[in-house]
Design a protein around this ligand. Structure first.
Ligand code: DX5
Ligand code: ZN
Length: 223
């Protein structure tokens, strides 16, 4: 039987000049989650967007806002992102020495707490935090830019995380972010991925309804 999975298109590859239209087209196409890549030019060598754009967009759509913070010391901005309308907030384990406290802060703001890990960061860093984590985001490229190639060892990391979650008896979603496309989708899901982020591979091939169908067809080749 096919496993349930969620596609979370990364807006990094959308046309920001017509963001409202993009959000409406995505929602009409049947997309449920949308991935916001927030970059500060310090944690990663690129700058994108902040709470005001998310807050304005919140008034235009009911999509689930999956907010990926690639910023130093995210504890300074959790309240602002939650108030802007983030449904889920991912913070990088590498960006703060106080990860447990940041997760609690997110929970208190009524958003879902998630941990993001750079490709080389070992899973042992988050072992004790799994019970209070809604989702773990595994970066399968180095964060900062869309359109990069999937790092092959990430496949093993997904399997290892899936086993760790089972061992601990925790209930945690696995998100994979970077270099996801129709050619590796089925294998990613088979290995344990629940939420797949796709930027360039999704947005480069409109219309979105047809593209979502193509992703669904690719995912169904899991057997
Ligand atoms: C990279 C971002 C990703 C990226 C994915 O730092 O976190 O979300 O936009 O883009 P693709 O799917 O093009 O690799
Ligand atoms: Zn991302």
């Amino acid at each position: 039987m096919q496993k349930d999975w969620i596609l979370s298109p990364s807006l990094l590859s959308c046309d920001f000049g017509k963001l409202e239209t993009e959000l409406n087209s995505l929602e009409n196409a049947g997309i449920k989650w949308i991935h916001w890549d927030v970059m500060d030019g310090v944690f990663v060598p690129n700058i994108t967007l902040g709470p005001p754009i998310i807050a304005k967009s919140r008034q235009k759509t009911n999509l689930f806002f999956d907010v990926h913070l690639m910023i130093e010391k995210p504890e300074r901005y959790i309240q602002q992102f939650a108030e802007a309308g983030a449904d889920l907030i991912s913070v990088h384990a590498e960006s703060t020495p106080h990860l447990e406290s940041v997760l609690s802060q997110i929970e208190k703001q009524n958003a879902k707490p998630a941990i993001a890990l750079n490709p080389h960061t070992p899973l042992c860093q988050i072992e004790y935090l799994l019970p209070q984590t809604y989702m773990v985001l595994l970066m399968s490229v180095n964060p900062g830019f869309g359109g990069q190639e999937f790092i092959p060892f990430s496949m093993q990391k997904i399997r290892d995380l899936s086993n760790l979650i089972q061992e601990k008896g925790a209930c945690v979603l696995i998100q994979v972010d970077g270099g996801v496309d129709t050619s590796n989708l089925a294998e990613l899901i088979k290995n344990g991925a629940d939420v797949l982020v796709s930027g360039s591979a999704f947005f480069k091939h409109p219309p979105y309804e047809k593209r979502l169908q193509e992703f669904n067809t690719a995912a169904s080749k899991q057997e």
